[in-house]
Write a protein that binds this ligand. Structure first.
Ligand code: NAG
Ligand code: NAG
Ligand code: NAG
Length: 282
């Protein structure tokens, strides 16, 4: 991992345009000639899952900031919060009303971020359009963010930014009154199965949040956090770009394409050189 990070760093020093492969600029995203700007939904956003396992109450709060790293809270011990560089991170607390004064932190799970100085891993964002993903009937963008490791397990976030012209993306329902525990238990059981049956729920508080938890589970060799985010900024409001030529490689469709295109160009150039040399030899 470190070697490949170093490789990318070396490459990005040579070619400034490639540095975007390491980070992610929320206000400047271009996919298939369409521009997106998520600046207005920048800043920390959270979604909390409450589980009751009597006598304790577990609260897993997932935080995301599309436009920068999550800020640290000075009043909380460093070990109890997300490491510096986190873009997506979860904190699980447990509270036992019978013998705790306040919740204590059980788990801090860095999902994605730029951890070049600690673990040598990076955000390595991959962006694609939802309409290009088979089985998806939404429009918007899918954002894959990497870099986190928790208990030796690689972590990753898949955030589906779904076009919803009615929402800014910052909507959040008021904090729920701790009313029916039974309701919560049912909902948590459902979300464990990653079945999107929350829609059937009478209690539509959750449904009013623009950012929603979908699942956190092992998929292939990674622990994957999936979130849905309904926002008008995921709608294609911009016209096709006119610079379809040489410029398109620069902020290419997805960041990995940028590298790939560059590689092909270099390879093509090497072939030409070889060709010329062979022609001269003859
Ligand atoms: C869960 O934790 C978050 C972050 O600490 C907090 O904002 C939220 O109010 C908590 N939810 C409950 C129901 O305790
Ligand atoms: C949903 O969110 C909007 C905007 O924040 C708010 O005005 C509305 O009352 C909420 N609806 C429910 C059912 O919570
Ligand atoms: C969960 O989803 C599966 C397939 O998508 C479906 O067969 C099953 O009935 C669903 N379960 C619930 C509780 O909705």
């Amino acid at each position: 991992m470190k070697a490949s990070a170093f490789f990318f760093l070396a490459i990005s020093l040579l070619l400034p345009s490639l540095s975007i492969a390491l980070t992610f600029e929320c206000s400047h995203i271009r996919v298939k000639g369409k521009k997106y700007n998520f600046e207005k939904i920048g800043g920390p956003h959270t979604v909390s899952l409450i589980e009751h396992s009597p006598p304790s109450i577990h609260n897993t709060t997932w935080s995301v900031d599309l436009c920068g790293t999550l800020k640290k809270n000075k009043d909380v011990p460093a070990g109890d919060q997300c490491p510096g560089g986190s873009y997506v991170c979860g904190v699980k607390t447990t509270f036992n009303p019978n013998d705790d004064d306040k919740p204590h932190v059980d788990e801090v799970i860095p999902i994605a971020g730029s951890f070049a100085t600690s673990t040598g891993t990076n955000l390595d964002p991959i962006i694609e359009r939802l309409e290009d993903i088979s089985g998806s009937d939404m429009t918007g963008l899918r954002l894959e963010l990497h870099g986190g490791t928790y208990m030796k397990q690689k972590q990753m976030a898949i955030i589906d930014l779904q076009c919803d012209p009615e929402r800014t993306g910052n909507e959040k329902s008021p904090v729920k009154k701790g009313k029916d525990d039974e309701d919560d238990k049912v909902r948590n059981a459902e979300s464990d199965q990653a079945n999107d049956s929350a829609d059937d729920n009478d209690d539509d508080d959750d449904d009013n949040d623009s950012l929603r938890f979908v699942s956190y589970k092992k998929e292939e060799d990674k622990q994957v956090l999936r979130l849905d985010w309904r926002t008008k900024y995921a709608c294609t409001t911009y016209e096709e770009d006119d610079d379809s030529g040489s410029g398109s490689g620069k902020e290419g469709t997805s960041k990995h394409w940028g590298f790939f295109t560059w590689f092909i160009v270099l390879w093509g150039r090497a072939q030409l050189l070889l060709w010329g040399w062979l022609a001269r030899e003859r």
